[in-house]
Design a protein around this ligand. Sequence first.
Ligand SMILES: [Zn+2]
Length: 194
Amino acid sequence: MTQVRGKFTLITGTMFVKKSLWLLDQIKQAKKNGTYYLCISTTKHEIKSRASEFVVPAAQISPDDPIELQDLLKTCYQEHGEYPEIVFIDEVQFIHPSGIRVLDWMLSEGINIVAAGLTYDFRHQIFPIIQDIFKYQILSAHLEHAMKCQICNDKEATHNQRLLYGQPNTTGPLIALDGDVYTYEARCGDCYQS
Ligand SMILES: [Zn+2]
């Protein structure tokens, strides 16, 4: 019997478009349906949204060592006799480019992947793993509301502006979370400062 290849569903966009909220809704649905699923995050141990009280514990994988994800799934297999039907991945953009092999392996095992992440980094360069994922036949999820630029509040936000102590920043670490030191704004191309 030929294994049915898994499906890849992706939600992308800028900061603050409620991608995680969308992902949480998908997880809620899977939970309701009794689906065997696994939640993964590359940055934290839980998946939560600013707009939701619903928080899901997630296994954290190191973005630089995607093979860890494969090991985790093999452990699931040993314990349950099957792979999860769906693997939810939050902040998928941070997975190292070599991780595409692991994602490919998952799909070939019939595992469905439902992922949320940013398309572009703070330099407005597409994340390498996202570029590779776009080569798949993906099911793109669409959000109901586009995010408006946080500066002009007029055009659609397409860029992620990183600020270091309030000033536009295009250098420094590739992974820096929205917090005290670095903050982010979703901006249109005109208001983005490179
Ligand atoms: Zn603008």
